[in-house]
Design a protein around this ligand. Sequence first.
Ligand code: DGY
Length: 347
Amino acid sequence: EVWNPNGKYRVVSTKSMPGTRWINLLVQQDCRVEICTEKKTILSVEDIIALIGTKCDGVIGQLTEDWGETLFSALSKAGGKAFSNMAVGYNNVDVEAATKYGVAVGNTPGVLTETTAELAASLSLAASRRIVEADGFMRAGLYDGWLPHLFVGNLLKGQTVGVIGAGRIGSAYARMMIEGFKMNLIYFDLYQATRLEKFVTAYGQFLKASGEEPVTWRRASSMDEVLQQADVISLHPILDKTTYHLINKERLSKMKKEAILINCSRGPVVDEEALVEHLKQNPMFRVGLDVFEDEPYMKPGLADMKNAIVVPHIASASKWTREGMATLAALNVLVCIFYTHITHFVC
Ligand code: DGY
């Protein structure tokens, strides 16, 4: 699909993206926009090299693509100045290789903060109240009347929510769980979470002034402290060498037997094989997963676990957010094309 065929700058998008604002922005700035219509979901490096061709000023790509040395070399040979990842996470991008070939890299933070936090909150609620299991029970025609023990779950109010990685998304999630469900907070981050701390302090004062029950909050001095003390734990770190298999067999064993673990960050942050084993051994332990170690696959056994809720990497999938991500991705390309001194990173 081609927009503005005579445009001066050739910008390729490896996927069709929601809305038209992003296309209009590029066209207004004299870009020829080419959108790949290939049906297969995940494009190979070879597919993308073919899309880049011999002249390409910038590419908007996806988190499913492997943007390393080979692609940046091809893009640079084609005169490319920009690669824009339509995602906040950029673990699929070798920024060092991009820099080496003079290609600037962009990502799309901000517009997906609340949307992603909302999915983490939804999974937390669904896991604590066993909503997916109960839905399956109804559809299977098994409901034959109200019972005192039927699908008894946990009340979030008064329980402790644990946040690992209190950046933008982790903090938004924490705010939702504290304010929405009156949970206490324990969090761990290598950096100071100033905005989150300001929020919890102000919220504590508000609760006091209005005579409501207080909530407690605390920065943990180690991740293990969060794992041991929280009832619901949500993971929000970036994926890099230091966070690969951050949650492994040993760390799973430190969590409460009835804890809930939520992952809307990146799959490899959790050792999925160890997780399946843990779910088998601990039927009261529950997980809500949006991401998987080897997407689009799940480790054997995971799909059979009643104590797991699995959704296909949809944390940022609201219309407003996806259109915002596409717009930001286009803007990043334009910034890199027009400000050619940018050679490293824009967001
Ligand atoms: C991101 O932007 O990194 C998300 O995973 C996409 O939903």
